[in-house]
Ligand binder design. Structure first.
Ligand code: HEC
Length: 134
């Protein structure tokens, strides 16, 4: 009976570890998808010329981009490059550009706002390209 309890305990513990690993993976992809939705919201705000929608998208993007840990893919690293430092830098850049988008839009400078949007999109793409080629 005692033996059986131990087996159970081990099984439960192992299950917890597996769950935690899967959960972490899921969270990262979830966060990435939320960033993608935030980007779409910003674009929608541009097209419908609605500052509140732009503002929502910018706020959502800043919130999701602040989860720096989701920018790092486990087991992927390049010699001489600190992935955490790289991810933090990208978080800062995206946050700064997101603020600039809102400022430009508020000033009525839509082209400048669209420019900032493109700059963010290039950050997304360049990290994906970099990470996937490591
Ligand atoms: C510093 C790195 C980094 C930056 C910057 C980054 N991502 Fe990602 N992104 C990742 C990693 C890592 C993955 C997982 C890639 C893989 O598994 O091949 C990913 C995957 C994704 C995916 C695919 C999710 C899925 O379910 O397949 C989307 C969508 C995405 N990112 C959106 C974005 C958007 C939008 C931005 C910019 C606002 C962005 N990412 C910026 C690292 C980054």
């Amino acid at each position: 009976m005692i033996k059986l309890n131990k087996v159970w305990l081990i099984m439960v513990l192992l299950g917890g570890v597996t769950y935690a690993q899967e959960h972490f993976q899921l969270d990262r992809m979830q966060n990435m998808r939320e960033m993608e939705i935030a980007m779409s919201t910003i674009q929608k705000g541009f097209l419908y010329n609605n500052i509140n929608v732009v503002k929502n998208g910018v706020n959502d993007l800043k919130k999701t981009a602040s989860h720096t840990e989701s920018f790092i893919k486990e087991g992927v690293s390049k010699k001489g490059i600190n992935t955490l430092v790289y991810a933090k830098k990208e978080t800062e850049n995206i946050t700064k550009l997101a603020d600039e988008i809102l400022l430009s839009f508020e000033k009525g400078d839509r082209y400048e706002a669209a420019n900032g949007y493109l700059k963010i999109l290039s950050k997304c793409l360049s990290c994906h390209q970099t990470i996937r080629s490591w």
